[in-house]
Design a protein around this ligand. Structure first.
Ligand code: UGA
Length: 466
């Protein structure tokens, strides 16, 4: 089938290459000419395992190409909307400018189809009500209909999540009607190889489909903040949060996933999605329903501040101290630093006068573009050399696998804070390290004393939320 993907950011680029992989003829469109040129040349503009190979196969097959010109979309049967919906600059709500601009530009070329059935499929994360508005906008065009098909891919697993998702959700204007059945059949034809693998596919109204996406992300964020709130209790009582998480996770109604305590969630999705969800509930007149998400956000922000407090407890004062931060990306296997907890903590340490060296296997360039003043060091051993304190903030395999006695030989003083609850604390202590970890008994507030004297400073330049 002839397919287009409008917006080839993270989601759109992976979706476009995946659709070519399953046999479709795909055009990826973006207004960012540099990004289009890179993709057309086979250069992945972000780090995502498996994506460079997928992109290369698509380009070599001749089934995948990229353009900035909407006029090239006139022959296309199914258009996917993969535009970003970042947090608005003036509040919590989602900024839908890119989605509206793309739909307007697309609507201008669709009359050339002369009424041939054309499906527009929304994949962007949007507030409930957006799809119905867009459908009304498109209803003036004969043959054109809209289906909402939210995306659940995780960075680091984007290819796998696109080609083998755990469910497909289709939102239609009016489930059960002939019109809806025709739209569903068209999208089923696109996803035929994926559906053939037995993937559950759920058809529902637009608003439910929009809510599925934001509810899923809000639930995941809540689960993380829940265990991080328990972390605070652990720090106050001397308990170990990993014991609590392991034990409650064995209850299969709760489950073990997304119960890893630490410096919390970041990235281009969870933080902005819960805020957009709060704003959307308020717009709908049901603000109190999602009031708890403000607390989820607050718990998450407090963990970042707590990391800096523990650093101050361990060093006495931060000014002029040499601190090494392991990790800049918001999670491993990604070069994405959007709202990265690691980068925010590094930025706060910098603002408190510390001399901060940061290292990351993939995200260093993005990190130093966002925060000025960090010393970027790609080599882990080199980054550790001379450190008075080390903070592990993104759990890349190579940091989890650090050998404590070898690392001790590199630093100036063997002090480490595990911000991702991944280190074997007894092994590190046995190698002579003074170890603190969020939520693991040893991080009691006030321990070390000197912290209270130095007020918490605002970070110099925080990573933007989107
Ligand atoms: C998230 C969702 O997991 C995807 O299902 C969704 O499609 C995507 O957002 C999106 O809306 O596009 P992603 O942002 O790639 O995916 O990252 P996650 O794997 O969800 O991790 C988010 C953050 O939570 C990371 O900073 C991670 O370090 C943190 N996290 C995760 C924890 O702190 N503890 C955990 O136990 C799990």
């Amino acid at each position: 089938m002839k397919i287009s993907v409008l917006g080839v950011g993270y989601l759109g680029a992976v979706h476009a290459a995946s659709m070519a992989e399953i046999g479709h003829e795909v055009i990826g469109l973006d207004i960012d000419a540099a990004r289009i040129a890179a993709l057309a040349a086979g250069d992945a503009p972000f780090h995502e395992p498996g994506f460079p190979e997928l992109l290369r196969r698509g380009l070599d097959s001749g089934r995948l190409r990229f353009t900035t010109d909407y006029a090239e979309l006139a022959e296309v049967d199914v258009h996917f909307l993969g535009l970003g919906t970042p947090q608005r600059a003036d509040g919590f709500g989602a900024d839908l400018t890119a989605v509206h601009a793309a739909v307007d530009a697309l609507a201008a070329v669709l009359p050339a189809r002369d009424g041939a059935p054309t499906l527009v499929v929304g994949k962007s994360t949007v507030p409930a009500g957006t799809a119905r508005d867009l459908a009304t906008r498109l209803s003036a065009l004969p043959g054109v209909s809209l289906l909402w098909n939210p995306e659940f891919l995780r960075e680091g697993f984007a290819v796998q999540d696109t080609l083998a998702p755990d469910r497909l959700v289709y939102g239609v204007a009016d489930p059960g009607t002939d019109a809806a059945a025709a739209e569903v059949a068209l999208l089923d034809a696109v996803y035929a190889p994926i559906l053939a693998a037995g993937m559950p596919r759920l058809v529902m109204g637009y608003e439910a489909a929009e809510l599925v996406k934001v509810s899923a992300n809000a639930f995941l964020a809540t689960k993380i903040s829940f265990i991080n709130a328990i972390s605070e209790l652990c720090e106050a009582t001397g308990a170990d949060v990993t014991d609590v998480a392991r034990a409650i996770g064995l209850d299969d109604r709760i489950g073990p996933k997304f119960l890893r305590a630490g410096v919390g969630f970041g990235g281009g999705c969870l933080p902005k999605d819960i805020r957009a969800f709060i704003a959307s509930a308020e717009d709908l007149g049901v603000g109190p329903a999602l009031g708890f998400l403000r607390e989820v956000d607050a718990v998450n922000q407090r963990r970042r501040v707590r990391m800096v407090e523990i650093a101050r407890e361990m060093l006495g004062s931060l000014a002029g101290r040499r601190i090494t931060v392991l990790g800049a990306a918001f999670k491993p296997d990604s070069d994405d630093v959007r709202d990265s907890p690691a980068l925010e903590v590094a930025s706060r340490l910098l603002a408190a006068g510390a001399q901060v060296t940061i290292t990351d296997p993939e995200a260093l360039a993005n990190a130093t573009r966002r925060v000025e003043g960090l010393i970027a060091e790609p080599d882990t051993a080199q980054a550790l050399r001379g450190a008075e304190l080390v903070l592990l903030l993104t759990e890349w395999r190579e940091y989890r696998d650090l050998e404590p006695s070898e690392a001790a030989r590199l630093v100036a003083a063997p002090r480490i804070i595990d911000g991702r609850t991944v280190l074997d604390l007894p092994a590190w202590r046995a190698a002579g390290w003074d170890v603190r970890a969020l939520g693991r008994g040893t991080a009691r507030p006030g321990a070390g004393g000197a912290a209270a004297a130095e007020p918490e400073l605002e970070p110099a330049r925080l990573p933007a939320h989107a």
